[in-house]
Design a protein around this ligand. Structure first.
Ligand code: 5GP
Length: 183
């Protein structure tokens, strides 16, 4: 059986990665999402095993020591990581796999699986990004400032990616992502 391909989606908080991911998963057959592990607390409405596997810091550290992660990173004061076994199992069974992870994680994936396709979702401008983050109203002002500062750092690394999609219009961005995945 033909092995699946690995796609990595990154981009600053508030850029619309989540929406693009949902659309891609709904539209593209044989594309599966790898559910990450995180030490952050679930937000209202999030379910363990659906948005993330919410695990303790202790369990995360144990899993790192056992070499279970394909990649992991500290993002906004918490740990986030992708379990290697999940990804390998799906790829071996012929499914394409989509990861939505930060830039540090994406570069680790590139080091371990150079055939992975890295896609960066960019905002039309930094001002627009801040506006979208504020509209989301999920964060305190302090957390929002933290996310914005991280966003600026992430933008510096976008040239490492195979593709950059500017999410000005969600339908256009979604079509571009689809074209990359199904090509
Ligand atoms: P949030 O807390 O808003 O769900 O996610 C915060 C950031 O963590 C996002 O930029 C997201 O892409 C990143 N992230 C989510 N899962 C993973 C993962 O498994 N590994 C890495 N490196 N980053 C992740």
């Amino acid at each position: 059986m033909k092995k699946g391909k690995l796609f990595v989606l990154s981009g600053p908080s508030g850029v619309g990665k989540g929406t693009l991911r949902e659309k891609a998963l709904a539209d593209i057959p044989n594309l599966v999402y790898s559910i990450s592990c995180t030490t952050r607390q679930p937000r209202p409405g999030e379910l363990d095993g659906r948005e993330y596997r919410f695990i303790t810091h202790e369990k995360f550290t144990e899993d790192i020591q056992q070499g279970l992660f394909l990649e992991y990173a500290h993002v906004h004061d918490d740990l986030y990581g992708t379990l290697k076994a999940d990804v390998v199992r799906e790829l071996e069974s012929g499914n394409d796999v989509l990861l939505e992870i930060d830039v540090q994680g994406a570069l680790q994936v590139r080091g371990k699986m150079p055939e992975a396709v890295l896609v960066f979702i960019d905002a039309p401008s930094v001002e627009e990004l801040e506006r979208r983050l504020r509209n989301r109203q999920t964060e305190t002002e302090q957390a929002l400032q933290h996310r914005l500062a991280n966003a600026l750092k992430e933008l510096e690394l976008k040239q490492e990616y195979d593709y950059v999609i500017v999410n000005d219009d969600i339908e256009t961005a979604s079509r571009e992502l689809r074209r990359i995945i199904v090509s």
